[in-house]
Design a protein around this ligand. Structure first.
Ligand code: HEM
Length: 448
């Protein structure tokens, strides 16, 4: 291709709408790849132009494009979220930050989500998971796995990561209300998803502002100090004048949002895959039983134990390859971009997609088959991107891994389980989820 070549485009449709309706329709049915991306990739190649929500958008697929656009964040592109997400998460959250202020916030978050922070989090997380199972699984014959993993992730993020105790029964519902409006049309009229999300956001704001001010006073008065929890690190940065109170509050909301539907979906789909691939389940179970026999009754897992859980992480990665919790993410070109002979004008949107690379046999032979051991060997950089890449690589990647592995350990060593409806469809609104909440039958193991 010569420099400046026009990017191949599909039907551009009506001036504003473009292909938005087809995109949303495919998304709702969880068929973004089959009905939207794949036919266009077949027709135009890995890079093509479309028009979504009023913006000319270049969809890019493949490891080379992923590397180029993800690593050129802040230089050629910046992340670009819908108005409703920005209003509900808050203008001060990390996904809206660029350059130095992004680096500063990322540093505070990474200090707790890095290896040392996670080491101290393992026992707390083990206790949270076990408490959750006792309270929600014991003496029940059937539970919703999706609901269970959602409430658990919510509790872990607030209690184990931030060190904030909340009344789960009221706060979970309020956060869910906010999340429902995050990708809805930003219409603030009574009865719309966006307007009830805004009300819920105001309630959360009040609770969190009180919590942050109480913490700040206690730390300034010497009654409390940094305790390895993210709230105290953020408040310490607030006291040092590095970040503002709004930045603390907006980033608590953002982290709950970022962790919530993603991690719960990954776990839920992993169990579905295991139910459909009993050979993989046998291998996975053995891995956890081998660890369980080395533990005294009631002894928590350590980070060293978690590091031995390798096969389960292969299963989780293969699940996220086939069923990525996030289908991709939008960027905006902040300069005219030349890429592989194409010119992308400044101001256009760029959309990288997980499917377009995960389902490509160039990177994953026989791409539609479930084969966890393909992750026993290293994978080409930027070919496996459920967590994104570059400066915006998911900041909670290691935490998500820990939640998935610890939860799986306690469930498979303590319960026999089976899917109630193996054919339950997955739908998207706006993120994917099992349409019936994935009910599973459960019974405690005899030796537990
Ligand atoms: C399986 C679970 C998860 C998946 C698949 C996932 C996926 C992603 C992806 C794809 C991005 C990049 C978005 C972009 O490039 O625009 C991202 C960013 C982010 N994620 Fe996650 N995530 C998960 C869990 C978590 C958890 C548990 C947390 C923390 C509690 C978290 C915190 C974040 C944050 C803060 C960012 C923004 C990073 C930045 O802009 O610098 N995520 N995540």
């Amino acid at each position: 291709q010569k420099t400046g070549t026009k990017i191949p485009s599909g039907q551009m449709g009506f001036p504003w709408i473009g292909e938005t309706i087809g995109f949303y329709r495919a998304q709702r049915k969880n068929q973004l790849f089959e009905s939207f991306f794949q036919p266009r990739i077949k027709k135009h190649g890995k890079i093509f132009k479309t028009k979504l929500m009023g913006s000319p958008t270049v969809v890019v697929n493949g490891a080379t494009a992923n590397k180029f656009f993800m690593s050129n964040e802040f230089k050629l592109v910046v992340s670009s979220w819908p108005t409703s997400s920005v209003e509900l998460m808050g203008k001060n959250c990390i996904m809206e930050k660029q350059g130095d202020s992004h680096r500063c916030l990322r540093g505070v978050i990474a200090s707790i989500l890095g290896p040392t922070g996670l080491q101290t989090m393992v026992p707390r997380m083990c206790r949270s998971v076990q408490k959750h199972l006792v309270e929600n699984w014991e003496n029940r014959g059937e539970i919703s796995l999706h609901r269970s993993t959602k409430t658990l992730t919510f509790t872990i993020v607030l209690e184990c990561l931030f060190g904030i105790s909340v009344d789960l029964d009221t706060m979970f519902g309020v956060f869910e209300n906010v999340l429902e409006g995050v990708l809805a049309a930003p219409v603030n009229l009574p009865g719309t998803k966006f307007s009830s999300a805004k009300k819920a956001r105001a309630k959360i704001q009040n609770v969190l502002v009180d919590e942050v001010r109480r913490k700040k006073e206690a730390m300034e008065g010497g009654r409390e100090e940094e305790d390895g929890m993210l709230l105290s690190s953020l408040v310490a940065a607030l006291i040092r004048g590095e970040i503002t109170e709004d930045e603390v509050v907006d980033n608590i909301v953002l982290l709950v949002f970022a962790a919530h539907d993603t991690t719960s979906y990954a776990i839920t789909m992993m169990f579905k895959m295991l139910a459909n691939h009993p050979d993989c389940y046998t291998l996975l179970l053995k891995e956890h039983e081998d660890i369980a026999v080395t533990k005294r009754p009631g002894e928590d897992l350590t980070l060293e134990d978690v590091k031995k859980i390798e096969y389960t992480w292969q299963v989780a990665r293969e699940t996220m390859r086939l069923c990525p919790p996030i289908f991709g993410s939008f960027r905006k070109a902040i300069a005219e971009i030349e890429f592989e002979g194409f010119t992308i004008p400044k101001g256009w949107k760029v959309l990288w997609t997980t499917y377009g690379t995960h389902y490509d046999e160039e990177y994953f032979p026989d791409p539609m088959s479930f084969n966890p051991s393909r992750f026993a060997d290293p994978v080409q950089a930027y070919a496996f991107i459920p967590f994104g890449g570059g400066p915006r690589l998911c900041a909670g990647y290691q935490l998500a891994k820990l939640i998935i592995l610890v939860f799986t350990h306690y469930v498979v060593t303590r319960y026999d389980w089976s899917l109630v409806d193996p054919d339950e469809p997955v739908v998207m609104d706006p993120l994917p989820f099992p349409s019936k909440g994935m009910p599973i039958k459960i019974s405690p193991k005899h030796n537990y």
